[in-house]
Design a protein around this ligand. Structure first.
Ligand SMILES: [Zn+2]
Length: 483
């Protein structure tokens, strides 16, 4: 009995010590967790300063806005795109180019969009020296906000805007090696100077969707521009013998109950991969799609950034391609020629084009080059950064060759014979049952030897890409190479 008691006392002490140890351990854990949370939150506030500031519930925003004059937004070639001036003792935001930069520069009345929204933190705040701030306070003057230097080029923007004319659609032009966005046009457009006055009207017109930036928010069927993807998938499966592919086009492709035709009843006869692509032979591409393993096709699609957000701060819609292992033959055929469920934005098509022109590597899109204080101090710069390798250099070179032939002898012949060489792919995307109604696409780059710019154009509800989108792209290339 005694022995047992002794043991139990000993055990008790042991248990106490153990409990104490656990308590110490728990306390230490709590301290560590709280310490981490505190550190994390503090770090979070610091790193998220911009985001927190831009949150509309943050009342500090309006306080700062009242103390400072909002900064200026400049184009790449040194022109003012947005500026705050005093009119009748009131700060007014002025957009000297009116409709020309509407979606991409944005507005500040009725919420903020475009660069006005992305760079709101910098534009609203000031980084002039404390001495200047003290002087301004003494003079009862506002401090000038920081200035934003965009990558947009007024000449290219104007060329793209004029080429689009009264049509609806979108144009985006990027610099191949840097990812800098040189022009971004979406039509219909609006005058940001008048945004408050036209607000109700543009919002009522849901069909035209005037406020939507079609470059990043417009989801369209890719039509034949998707043959870039189908061709790449085939090339990836047949790296050494893709060029021995052959097909006999009689204008109609039949697989069970599924039947498709070449555009406008064309018959392309004997075609290899290069001819299939240059002439945009639907029958041959339906055949290629059916020859491609679904898993490989899916991998190629995923590697080209479909079904995911792009690294761009502008509002965007996510593209979609539904193809997978269980897709029906009909779905495979439709996907191969860019019809069916597939939806793409002009921005993604431009990025894929850029990668082809840039040895397979797509750069992160850049819309703002740098931020400087009103006194010229550099506060932030966006240096070009590779985003992803979408394909190998060899694969990019093959696609480049295919795209060059489209200009030399295929559907983009209207680009042939210029002072510069170019390469690209057209598309005529059907969006309803009426065959004549199609969106006209072109995506391409120039010059072929050492690509500088990638141009992507879509004109809505107009007809074929070769007839409508190619001449429009040519005007943009012309403007670039004339300079
Ligand atoms: Zn054909």
């Amino acid at each position: 009995m005694q022995k047992n008691e002794k043991i139990s006392r000993k055990q008790l002490r042991k248990m106490k010590r153990k409990a104490n140890r656990e308590l110490y351990f728990c306390s230490a854990c709590f301290v560590a967790v709280f310490g981490f949370l505190f550190y994390y939150l503090f770090g979070y506030v610091n790193s998220q300063q911009e985001i927190l500031f831009n949150n509309s519930y943050n009342s500090r925003q309006s306080v700062v806005a009242a103390q400072n004059t909002r900064g200026t937004i400049y184009s790449e070639d040194g022109y003012v795109l947005a500026q705050t001036v005093e009119k009748e003792e009131k700060d007014t935001r002025v957009y000297p180019y009116g409709n020309l930069f509407s979606h991409v520069v944005g507005y500040t009345d009725k919420g903020k969009t475009g660069i006005e929204s992305i760079e709101n933190y910098w534009l609203t705040n000031t980084a002039v020296s404390e001495m200047t701030q003290a002087q301004n306070e003494a003079d009862q003057k506002k401090n000038p906000g920081n200035n934003v230097y965009s990558t947009l080029n007024t000449k290219l923007q104007q060329a793209a805007y004029d080429a689009m004319g009264m049509y609806q659609g979108a144009v985006v032009v990027t610099e191949v090696k840097t990812g800098r966005i040189l022009a971004m046009v979406s039509k219909p457009d609006y005058d940001p100077n008048q945004i408050a006055a036209i607000w109700d009207k543009v919002n009522e017109d849901t069909e035209s969707a005037v406020l939507i930036n079609r470059v990043t928010q417009g989801l369209y069927p890719p039509g034949s521009t998707f043959k870039i993807v189908t061709a790449l998938s085939y090339i990836q499966m047949h790296p050494d013998d893709w060029n021995s592919y052959h097909y006999q086009c009689n204008g109609v492709y039949q697989n069970g109950e599924n039947k498709i035709q070449c555009y406008h009843g064309s018959v392309h006869n004997s075609v290899d991969m290069i001819r299939s692509f240059a002439k945009s032979c639907n029958c041959s591409f339906a055949n290629i799609g059916m020859m491609t393993e679904k898993k490989q096709f899916r991998n190629t699609i995923d590697s080209l950034l479909f079904n995911q957000a792009l690294p761009i701060e502008l509002p965007q819609q996510i593209t979609s391609v539904a193809l997978d292992q269980n897709s029906s033959a009909e779905a495979v055929i439709q996907t191969s020629i860019g019809q069916g469920q597939t939806q793409i934005t002009p921005m993604l098509l431009n990025m894929i084009t850029q990668a082809i022109a840039n040895e397979g590597v797509v750069m992160e899109p850049i819309l703002v080059d740098s931020i400087k204080s009103a006194e010229g101090k550099v506060l932030e710069t966006n240096d070009p950064r590779p985003y992803q390798e979408l394909m190998s250099k060899e694969e990019a070179d093959i696609l480049k060759q295919l795209m060059q032939e489209v200009v030399l002898s295929g559907t983009a012949k209207k680009l042939n014979g210029q002072s510069y060489t170019s390469a690209g792919k057209t598309g005529s995307a059907e969006f309803n049952k009426v065959k004549e109604d199609s969106h006209a696409w072109f995506t391409g780059f120039a010059p072929v030897e050492d690509p500088q710019i990638a141009v992507t154009v879509i004109v809505e509800k107009i007809g074929s890409g070769g007839d409508y989108a190619v001449p429009l792209a040519r005007r943009i290339f012309d403007a670039w190479f004339e300079k």
